[in-house]
Write a protein that binds this ligand. Sequence first.
Ligand code: SAM
Length: 219
Amino acid sequence: MIRKILKKLTHPFLKYGTGKYFSKPRPYNYESIEVMVMPEVFPPHYTLSTKILLDYIKPLNLKDKTVLELGCGSGIIGLFAASKGAEVIASDINEVAIKTLKQSASKNKLDITIIKSDLFEQIFKDDFDYVIINPPYYPKTPKSVKERAWFCGENFEYFKILFKQLSMRKDHYILMILSQDCDIDKIRTIATHNNLEFILEQERMALAERNFIFRINKK
Ligand SMILES: C[S@@+](CC[C@H](N)C(=O)[O-])C[C@H]1O[C@@H](n2cnc3c(N)ncnc32)[C@H](O)[C@@H]1O
C-alpha cells in the first residue's frame, strides 16, 4: 500500500507537473556544493536519479580524471566531480542551464568547462575517462527545451542519436542511469543495434522506484 502511494507520488508526470514549487529558482545541495536550479531546468530535488549518481561517484578516485557530464542540467554532478579533482566538461542543450551553471561554478569556486551542445555535436574530445548521463527517457516529443529534460522523442530519437555517436567514440567508462519507469528493453535494443551493451553496475531502490546504473560498453 505504502509502495503504491509512493509510486503515485513519484510518478513522472506528477514529478514533471510540480510546476508551482519549481516555478521559482530553488537551491539544491550535495555535500558542500550548492547549485541554483532555474524553473526551466531539470530539478534534481526529488527525482533521485541525480542523487543516486552523486552517491555512486562519491567513492571513486576522480583525481586528474577527465569527466563529461552530458546533459548536465544544474551541473551538480560535474561540479561534485570537479571538487574531487576531476577535469570536467559539462554540456547541455538548454541555454538557461548553461548560463546558471556558469554562475554556480563561480560561486562554488570550481573551474569546469561548460558547453552548449546538442549531444556530442560541440564536444571535440572523444576519450573521456568518464561520461556520465542521466537521460530523458519518456517517449514523447518534447515541445520546449525544458521538456527535453524528460522526453526522448516519440521514437526514442535521443537514444538513437546518442548511441550512434557513442559507438564511434573512445571514452573509457560510460555511465547511464535508467529507471524501472522507462522502457529499458527498448533502450537496450537501440544500444545493441549500435554494437553497444549494457553492464549493470548498480541497482538501487529509492522511494518506490528501482533505478539502474549501467556501464555502456562496445561489444
Ligand atoms: C534528466 S536531466 C539530467 C540533468 C542532470 N544531469 C542531473 O542528473 O541532474 C536530462 C538533461 O539532458 C539534457 N538534454 C536533453 N536532450 C539533450 C541533447 N540532445 N543534448 C544535450 N543535452 C540534452 C536536458 O536539457 C537535461 O538537462
